[in-house]
Design a protein around this ligand. Sequence first.
Ligand SMILES: [Zn+2]
Ligand SMILES: [Zn+2]
Length: 427
Amino acid sequence: MNDEAAFLPRIPVIACHECGLIQRMRPLAAGARACCVRCGAVLYRERPDSLQRVLMLSIAALILFVLAHAFPFMTFRLEGREQLSTLLSGVIGLFRAGMWPLAVLVLCAASLIPLLKLLGNLFVLLPLRFGHAPPVVARVFRWLEVIHPWAMMEVYLLGVIVAYVKLTDLARLELGIAVYAFVALIVVMIAADAALDPRQVWRRFGAQASTPLPPAATTTLWSCHACDQVVAVRRPALHRAVACPRCGARLHHRKPGSLGRTAALVSAAVILYLPANLLPVMTVISFGQGHPDTILSGVKALIGAGMWPVALLVFFASITVPVLKLVGLTFLTVSVRRGSSWRPRDRTLLYRIIESVGRWSMVDIFMISILVALVNLGTIATIEPGVGAIAFAAVVIITMIASHSFDPRLIWDRQETRHARRPTRRA
Ligand SMILES: [Zn+2]
Ligand SMILES: [Zn+2]
């Protein structure tokens, strides 16, 4: 390091997740957030007393989780008969109907992954609370970030609401204690997510890299996707596997094979989109007669019954969002592959929207699981899941993985090379 650099103040730096720009970190007021100057993505938030609050909220959530699973969820009454269901009845019903892929999906998204998240929070925060931070804590915290988008309790709740509205005309429904515990659980978990400031965890495992940064001639700066550390990688090491010195995650300049993987997954989802919409997602059997329903005919039935808001919601979640995702990801992949420099900020925003709305398409799948659990009264009224539901769930999962595979920083790489070339040309 030269003498001049030694006198410069050391300011921590962070790389934007979405455009890759390295920026200085500044202290923020409580509750404030810092956004990327180039693409507008949120870089970090200031959450006072974050770890203590998340720990308390996670303990409260764990108690609510037990209550939500131990008590009756809903009771369905029709023609003097009643069917009681718990949160896990839908999973059991799907399993009995031979739809084990859907059973596993609903179990994971609505119960298992949220539980793992809560236990993981406690596993990370309890040792930190007592000033102890073994490396396994860093690894678990890294995995919590990976499973986060797959915990879909709030989407499940929306599925419950849709199922409730659909059934109110048909029969009498009673809400159990578990519904209230489940709603409280979702509120507490959202509060815990909002209170979490990951920087406060990572700081315990090593300081954030700061300026002055090493000279660019011999090194290149990579950002760790897990802990946001900026790492100077020596150029000869570029093609070797490099691990983040702070959290141990494997480092890459850009997600490897991003465009190819995204394109392959989008193609698979497009193919599955046909059976997802053409095959019945469920069959309603009432008084011995069966009526198979596709996604679209389900929406039509809701409109026919005058349930406009719910029909619009299901239409948006099950038809608009998957199409938007497939068209959007195709557009992003093609535009990056063609080296387009058209509106990078807007394309990044499009990616951000695709990434955040994807999971809400699962509403229909959750609704079906709830209907299957509740309406199980033999020939009087029974709802059976259809093969189309498996294809539809596959479309949602594959597009979620596809949007995760896409690296939005590729949108900006072309702008960077253009700017880097400009002075050379003038010289
Ligand atoms: Zn950015
Ligand atoms: Zn890291």
